[in-house]
Ligand binder design. Structure first.
Ligand code: SF4
Length: 397
């Protein structure tokens, strides 16, 4: 599919989607300015899911005449037949999101018959952030309550609405655009991440949201716009375009590894726990530095001490049909050159058949054995296994 309209949303220097970066590390905004975006397949897939959602929501929740209904039906059918990203997984995820939005809209209507719903609104929060704007997926306004809903199609990183600066900025933009027309007292911010089965909502009074804007957003935005302030590494570095070459992040990680080991010769379990706590962050950083060095080398720059070489490659049959024919003609038994037919894995089956359909057909044949014990931080939501020997007495690892 060609570049979709949603992908063409311009990115402002202090855009909402980068808010956690420029609020926590104001100079990061100017440092990334001009560094090209690496648009991933995941981002394109997310854009496609947003497009489909908008079409379905428009068709189901807005008053439209027959011609408009026809246009939307055709657009949905065209999307489903032409988008390379569309499949049962996207169909189900978008369906889940649409249901949540419908539910919230019905709740709004129950509170007030003249509830308002807006899709893909440009939300302008320049009152607090220079050139600050974003695009809100859904804005609902009814009876003093405004709700902003955001779809996150990705499933790699869980995203919660609680304390989320991106959706708060959307809410500020919506407030700025509609508080003249409606008496809004409370703001709800909801993130729906259907492929992680996650819906989270944060609620603030308008006064609380405005206080956050004045005390946190405005000063950080002024520093970021001027390219000033202090660099600060943290979780927000994950999507920073200079994360592989940033000195502040390198310093923070090097400080973390300059751990002072004391006597005796062996580490105590307490020390081991402290080292484990930083390994994830160090692994992520090491990978980002490797990727950065690779990109530089591919672009023709010399990274002292390193060089690009040809990697390992596998032999390949250029024409499988001809090869198969020749092996048949040579009277080789087919089980010597053809793979046996075998059932796909559960994930792939769910993708192709559909989650619900698969569960209805063979749900009783799917089991989930106990997973291997893994060591995680103690704040992880899963209950601790107290005795591996007891809990896993009949398992083999
Ligand atoms: S990598 Fe992190 S510390 Fe460095 S500029 Fe980006 S956000 Fe700031």
């Amino acid at each position: 599919m060609t570049a979709p309209a949603h992908a063409e949303r311009a990115h402002a220097l202090l855009g909402a989607s980068k808010a956690s970066q420029w609020i926590n590390c104001p100079p990061s905004a100017r440092l990334q300015d001009g560094v090209p975006d690496k648009r991933s397949e995941y981002a394109n897939e997310g854009t496609a899911a947003h497009e489909l959602s908008e079409l379905i929501l428009q068709r189901r929740l807005t008053l439209c005449n027959q011609a408009e209904r026809k246009r939307l039906d055709k657009a949905i059918a065209d999307f489903q037949t032409t988008s390379t990203y569309y499949g049962s997984e996207m169909g189900e995820a978008v369906g889940y999101y649409v249901e949540v939005v419908e539910e919230r809209f019905m709740e709004s209507k129950a509170r007030s018959s003249d509830a308002v719903i807006l899709f893909e609104e440009r939300l302008d929060f320049t009152e607090w952030v220079p050139d600050g704007y974003g695009t809100g997926d859904v804005v609902l306004i009814a009876d003093g309550v405004m709700e902003v809903i955001d779809l996150k199609y990705g499933k790699g990183v869980p995203v919660s609405a609680i304390g989320n600066p991106q959706i708060r900025l959307y809410a500020l933009g919506a407030l700025s655009g509609y508080s003249f027309l409606y008496d809004i007292r409370e703001v709800r911010m909801t993130i729906v991440q259907p492929r992680l089965d996650s819906i989270s909502t944060d609620t603030m009074s308008v006064d609380e949201l405005l206080a956050w804007a004045e005390e946190v957003v405005q000063p950080a935005a002024a520093l970021a716009d001027a390219g000033e302030g202090e660099f600060k590494a943290g979780d927000h570095c994950r999507f920073c375009k200079v994360k592989g070459s940033c000195r502040a992040r390198a310093d923070a990680n090097m400080a973390a590894v300059s751990y002072e080991f004391k006597n005796p010769a062996l580490l105590t379990l307490e020390e081991v726990g402290q080292i484990l706590a930083i390994t994830e962050q160090l692994q992520a950083w090491a990978k980002d530095v490797q990727d950065h060095a690779f990109d530089q080398a591919v672009a023709g720059h010399v990274v002292p001490g390193w060089k690009l070489v040809e990697g390992r490659s596998n032999r390949a049959i250029v024409d499988k049909e001809v090869a198969e024919k020749k092996l048949e003609e040579a009277k080789i038994e087919s089980d010597k050159f053809l793979k046996p037919r075998e059932l796909l894995g559960i994930g792939e089956l769910e993708k192709r058949v559909g989650k619900k359909e698969l569960a209805a057909l063979i749900g009783d044949l799917i089991v989930k054995p106990a997973g291997k014990p893994v060591l995680v931080v103690e704040t992880d939501h899963r209950p601790a296994i107290n005795s591996v020997e007891n809990d896993f007495a009949n398992e083999e690892f």
